[in-house]
Design a protein. Structure first.
Length: 310
């Protein structure tokens, strides 16, 4: 298998990831069972949906240089750079914001560079047009033959990779919930679940674009809509990388209750949203809700991304 040549199997991912009960009276008082799907434990450098979305793209890249996109604090860029270091292939990160080229690298980008990623800073107008043929052709002329992976790693291959998450959770009727940025995880998760299950996406960005993105990804990946899924866009707390004291207090409390380190930009918003929904009676008594923990908190040296990073 090419996985052996590439080295993916040598990284020893924890698959299937653990499924843990979380006894929480905010759910129990409504007759709802909360489970945590610990995808954050899959791999220390490629946790959660980063592994599930990157692995099929890396197989397709077959050792070629991987070129991808992200903001100054992008978890996707960091995971791609780490994969390049671990598996021995070159990586290029196209970073939003040409003003950053003349500043010291923040800890996140410094880690990308330490892992061997070549960083290429572009202005924000160019970044917005990153999928246009002209911009892509310019990048490929600069860096040569590359396997291009989109921002956030979400494409048809990524959605196909995330179907395994749904398959690992197949069972009786229930809801499986995930925080969403670019929609690839939700698209694949819904496709992999059983016929009486549904996926719930909690967007962490404003804008109302995610439904169309998920539908487009499913069409590209599976040729048709796949599985049952819905979105609840009330819990973005102002947009990507935006948090509030209320959200931090909730996350601190959840950590104390369950001994789970809670990542703030995705996972905290998901868990907060599920707690609100349980209180609203959105889940019938006897229902099981599984929250997918897609990542871990940043280490203290990473710093906090500014509100416009992504």
């Amino acid at each position: 298998m090419y996985d052996e040549a590439l080295g993916l199997s040598r990284l020893r991912p924890v698959l299937p990831s653990p499924l843990q009960p979380a006894e929480d009276e905010r759910f129990a008082r409504h007759g709802v069972t909360l489970l945590l799907k610990r995808d954050d434990l899959i791999h220390p450098d490629l946790p959660g949906n980063k592994w599930r979305k990157l692995a099929p793209n890396l197989r397709a890249a077959a050792g070629r240089t991987v070129l991808t996109f992200g903001g100054a604090y992008s978890n996707h860029l960091r995971a791609t750079a780490a994969a390049g270091r671990l598996l021995g292939f070159p990586t290029v990160g196209v970073v939003r914001g040409d003003e950053l080229a003349h500043r010291p690298l923040n800890p996140s980008l410094a880690q990308c560079a330490a892992d061997g990623m070549r960083l290429h800073f572009v202005n924000r107008a160019t970044y917005r047009a990153k999928t246009s043929p002209a911009v892509l052709e310019g990048l490929l002329s600069l860096f040569g033959e590359c396997a291009v992976i989109p921002e956030g790693g979400s494409n048809a291959l990524a959605a196909q990779g995330c179907t395994e998450l749904g398959r690992e959770l197949r069972g009786p009727a229930g809801t499986v919930a995930v925080a969403c940025g670019t929609g690839g995880t939700l698209a694949g998760l819904a496709a992999g679940l059983g016929p009486r299950q549904r996926a719930l996406g909690v967007p962490v960005l404003r804008g109302g674009f995610l439904g169309a993105a998920v539908r487009d990804l499913q069409q590209e990946a599976f040729g048709a809509p796949a599985g049952q899924w819905t979105l609840d866009d009330r819990f973005h707390f102002g947009g990507y990388a935006r948090t509030t004291p209320e959200l931090h207090a909730f996350a601190d409390d959840f950590e104390d209750r369950h001994g789970l380190p809670v990542e703030r930009l995705y996972v905290a918003k998901l868990l907060y949203g599920l707690t609100v929904l349980a209180g609203e009676g959105a889940f019938a008594p006897g229902h099981t809700v599984t929250a997918v923990v897609t990542g871990r908190p940043r280490t203290p040296g990473d710093g906090q991304p500014p509100s416009d990073s992504r």
